[in-house]
Each structure stands twice: as C-alpha cells, then as structure tokens.
Design a protein around this ligand. Structure first.
Ligand SMILES: NC(=O)c1ccc[n+]([C@@H]2O[C@H](COP(=O)([O-])OP(=O)(O)OC[C@H]3O[C@@H](n4cnc5c(N)ncnc54)[C@H](OP(=O)(O)O)[C@@H]3O)[C@@H](O)[C@H]2O)c1
Length: 277
C-alpha cells in the first residue's frame, strides 16, 4: 500500500515534487506524457495510439499475431513502439512492462484494451474458448495493471475497454459478457485503492464499432457482411456504427487533465444503443 502522503506527487524521472493532476505542466512535463496500449495493432487500440501520438504522447502498443504486429510496425508512425506479446502470458506482460520502462522510464496512461470474443451458442460450449476469453479480457487486464503500477506516475490514468454487451443481452456473447462484467465489478474497488496516488481508473464501453473484430464476428453469422453491418447501423439511434475514433476520443479525454476528478466510472460510447428498455 502506497502511503497517501509519501506517494502523492512524485512523478516521472526528471520531474520533482509536482503531480500531473496539478495542471502545472511545463514544456518538459508535456513531453513526458507516455502511454501503453494493449491490443494497439488494430481497431480501437490502433485509433487510440494514433490519437495519443498526435496529442504528443510517447506511445507503446502491443499485439499478438505476427502479421498484425508487422503491419503496425510498417504503417504506424515510427515513434510508436510496437511490442509483440500474448496477453494470456504473464511472462510476456513482464517483458512488455520492462521494455516500456526501459524506453519511457514511466507511464502516465495505461489503456488496457486487448480483447477477444468467441461468439458461440450454449450447445457448442467450448472450455478452451472460455479460458481464452477470460484470460485475455479479464486476467490480462488485472495482471497488466498490477505489473505496470510501479511505472505509473502518481496522477496517472488507467482506462479499460469493456463493452455495452457486458450488461445487456446479445445472443452468443455470454462468455465475453461475463469476462467484461468481471472488470466492471473490479473498477470501484480499484478506483479507491488507487485513489491515494491520484491514479484514476475508468472503463470505456463501446457499442457496435466497425473494427476487424466486429467484421469477423458478423462474418461468422452472415454471408452478406456489408448488408448485416448496414442493418445494424440502421438500428442505431444515430444511424451508424461506432468508429474506432469515437472510442479513441473518449480514451483521450479520460487520459487528460480534463478528467482529473473522474474515477471509477464507465463511459458508454454507443450513439445511444442500449438505452431503450
Ligand atoms: N468492436 C466492437 O464492437 C467492440 C464492442 C465492445 C467492446 N469491444 C472491445 O474493444 C477492444 C478492442 O477490440 P476491437 O473491436 O478494436 O478489435 P480488434 O480490431 O480485433 O483489436 C483487438 C486487439 O486486441 C489484440 N489481441 C487480441 N487477443 C490478444 C492476445 N491474446 N494477446 C495480445 N493482444 C491480443 C489484437 O492484437 P493482434 O491482432 O495483433 O493479435 C488487437 O490489437 C476489445 O477488448 C473488445 O472486446 C469491441
């Protein structure tokens, strides 16, 4: 347990005695904003990596598959550090934290976004899929947070991607829903345990967002993917699917000093989807 007094305001290497939540950034402090994004090779994580990079953060991302990691290294700005790691592996998490520590020295933002979904009906129960979904969506989130805590500056921000499916019915989504709901259940306790260091933790919950994960899931259920996506867009109150950038903007807000007094919350980014009874 960090002392509420001793741990309140020490910040990044090179800065002394001022917390990032004191709105006292100088040029040096601004240049010290750093972010680790798990699952940053595509979709929401990739859009957030670009957004934070444009806002002046030093950014590191993780991804798992050879091809997506290679594509990220090729397509993203070269300043973005791309690390290959399996979120299911605690050894990989240790390595990522060590590499980010060596490269950045500290973290002001941790975006725990890597996730997976294995839609299936109850009669096609699959223990391996259950374990994979809970490992990536729940266990990885908890352990990456715990292992990255020594790197996080006091006053830093942790954001976790959850999803509106955690608390609403979506056929075939039961395992992913449970894995995400477990995180929502942890957030209030984590928020209060981290409060003495003024580290904030919040969840961002996308509605149906147009990403490779969504397209893969829709492709499992429908032959006409574009038609199915268009129908889903039509049923949204705003008449469109979410864009990865919609979520990235919310993450950037939660990472920023504008959200300096916001912790333990879930922000739903769904264009109004999920509000109807
Ligand atoms: N899209 C939606 O409608 C929606 C709705 C609610 C919640 N979400 C959540 O949003 C988050 C981002 O999803 P997305 O829609 O942006 O999907 P995406 O484009 O498929 O991105 C998923 C990211 O997670 C990474 N990942 C998956 N399994 C991993 C593992 N075992 N180890 C390390 N990285 C792993 C992927 O890395 P590689 O590709 O490099 O393997 C990729 O970077 C997920 O947590 C998802 O559950 C999405």
């Amino acid at each position: 347990m960090v002392s509420p007094v001793a741990g309140l305001y020490p910040v990044a290497a090179g800065h002394h005695g001022r917390g990032i939540n004191e709105h006292n950034f100088g040029v040096n402090a601004m240049s010290a904003r750093t972010a680790l994004i798990t699952g940053g090779t595509s979709g929401i994580g990739r859009a957030t990596a670009l957004s934070l990079h444009e806002r002046g953060y030093r950014v590191a991302i993780t991804g798992q598959r050879d091809e997506s990691v290679a594509r990220a290294r090729q397509e993203l700005p070269e300043e973005i550090l791309v690390l290959q790691a399996n979120a299911r592996s605690l050894t990989d998490i240790d390595r990522v934290v060590a590499e980010v520590g060596a490269e950045f020295g500290h973290l002001t933002t941790l975006f725990l976004n890597a996730g997976t979904n294995r839609p299936m009906s109850l009669d096609t129960w699959d223990e391996a899929a259950y374990d994979e979904v809970f490992d990536v969506n729940t266990k990885c989130v908890f352990y990456t947070l715990v292992k990255a805590l020594p790197l996080l500056t006091d006053g830093g921000s942790v954001i976790v991607t959850v999803g509106i499916g955690a608390t609403r019915s979506l056929t075939g989504n039961v395992i992913a829903a449970g894995s995400h709901a477990a995180i929502l259940g942890m957030i209030p306790t984590l928020a209060l345990e981290l409060a003495p260091r003024h580290i904030r933790i919040n969840a961002v919950s996308p509605g149906m967002t147009d990403t490779p994960m969504t397209r893969a899931g829709v492709g499992q259920a429908f032959d006409d993917v574009e038609g199915a996506l268009a129908a889903m867009a039509d049923s949204n109150p705003f008449g469109r699917l979410g864009r990865p950038e919609d979520v990235a903007g919310t993450v950037a807000y939660l990472a920023s000093d504008d959200a300096a007094y916001v912790t333990g919350q879930e922000i739903v980014v769904s264009g109004g989807a999920g509000l109807a009874i």
